[in-house]
Structure formats: structure tokens, C-alpha cells
Design a protein around this ligand. Structure first.
Ligand code: AR6
Length: 166
């Protein structure tokens, strides 16, 4: 699986699936979750999420992409940062692994990820970037050919580029 970094708005990407940094209730919210709801069509996406109802931290579920160019939205729930001693790293790694498992089942070949947990949930950016890159590198996907790490700010973009060139 090829891994690359881009900077920008994940809702604008022409990929098979985009990953959403959701909450356990799949209720929508701010950050990338809010942007994805607005771009996909909030009413339809809310309805699809309500039907699923819940997602545990570290797990992932899928809905259609509705008005997005992406065919699918894979909703994963990152850990809330509580200082690092509450299994946060393992839960974040699980978000990347489970999202790829869901993408495999959907036959998605190109998947884009936001920097899960590094906004409202407070996970330190550098540690999260390491986990994203290390976890994706460790996955042997049967279907996904390309994973795109989408940075919304310069510091995240620099971290991804440094890690991907090492
Ligand atoms: N495209 C790509 N990345 C984005 C975009 C965008 N359009 N908008 C924000 N980001 P966050 P979390 C980046 O807070 O920390 C929501 O309310 C942002 O700069 O969206 O996992 C949910 O409902 C940051 O780097 O997600 C949950 O309650 C990254 O996306 C909670 O926030 C993640 O920031 C989840 O918190």
C-alpha cells in the first residue's frame, strides 16, 4: 500500500473513501466531522449515522458519501487524550487498522485519512503522526492501494512529510 501526505480539505478529495474523525454517538460535531456532514449533506448523513447508532473508540463503520465525490465515509472514533496513560496510542492505531479493514470490505482502493484525534480530542500531533504512518506501513491490505494522510495545517503536513521520507 502506497502512503502519501497532502494538505487541504478532505471533503474535496476524489477518492473512494474518506475517513471521518467521529464521536461515539456518531452525532456529528465540529472539526472535520462538521465539514464532512456539511459537504455530504447533513440531513442524509445524520440519518445514516443514526441508523448505525454507535461506534466504540478504535472501531470504524461506513456510510455512503452522499453528495461527496467519495463513494464512502468511514467513521472512526479516536481516543480522547488523557495524558497518554489510558491506552490512547493503541486506540488510535486501531482507528487506522479498522478503517482499512472496512475499506477492504467496501473494495475501496484509495482512502483518505484526517489527523484523527489531533483536534478537539487533544492527541499530540507528533505522536499521532508517528502512529498514523507506522500503523499504515504495518498493514498488508488486499484492496487498498493508496492511503492519503490529509493535513489541515502546515505543522501536520511537515510531520507527515518527514516521517514518510524516512
Ligand atoms: N479536512 C481535513 N482535516 C480537517 C478538516 C478538513 N475539512 N477540518 C479539520 N481538520 P477534529 P478529533 C483537521 O477536532 O480531534 C468533532 O466534534 C483538524 O485540523 O476534527 O478526532 C467530532 O464530532 C485536526 O488536525 O477531530 C468529535 O466529537 C483533525 O482534522 C471530535 O470532534 C482532527 O480534528 C473528534 O475530535
Amino acid at each position: 500500500m502506497q502512503i502519501e501526505a497532502v494538505k487541504g480539505d478532505i471533503t474535496l478529495l476524489h477518492v473512494d473513501a474518506i475517513v471521518n474523525a467521529a464521536n461515539q454517538a456518531l452525532a456529528g460535531g465540529g472539526g472535520v466531522d462538521g465539514a464532512i456532514h456539511r459537504a455530504a449533506g447533513a440531513a442524509e448523513l445524520h440519518k445514516a449515522c443514526a441508523k448505525i447508532g454507535h461506534c466504540d473508540p478504535g472501531d470504524a463503520v461506513a456510510t455512503p458519501g452522499f453528495k461527496l465525490s467519495a463513494k464512502w465515509i468511514i467513521h472512526t472514533v479516536g481516543p480522547v487524550w488523557h495524558g497518554g496513560g489510558h491506552n490512547e496510542a493503541a486506540i488510535l492505531a486501531s482507528c487506522y487498522r479498522k478503517s482499512i479493514e472496512v475499506a477492504d470490505r467496501l473494495q475501496a482502493r484509495v482512502v483518505a485519512f484526517p489527523a484523527i484525534s489531533t483536534g478537539v480530542y487533544g492527541f499530540p500531533q507528533d505522536q499521532a503522526a508517528h502512529i498514523a504512518v507506522d500503523t499504515l506501513r504495518s498493514i498488508d491490505s488486499s484492496t487498498v492501494e493508496r492511503s492519503i494522510l490529509v493535513a489541515f495545517d502546515d505543522s501536520t503536513f511537515s510531520l507527515y512529510n518527514a516521517l514518510l521520507s524516512s
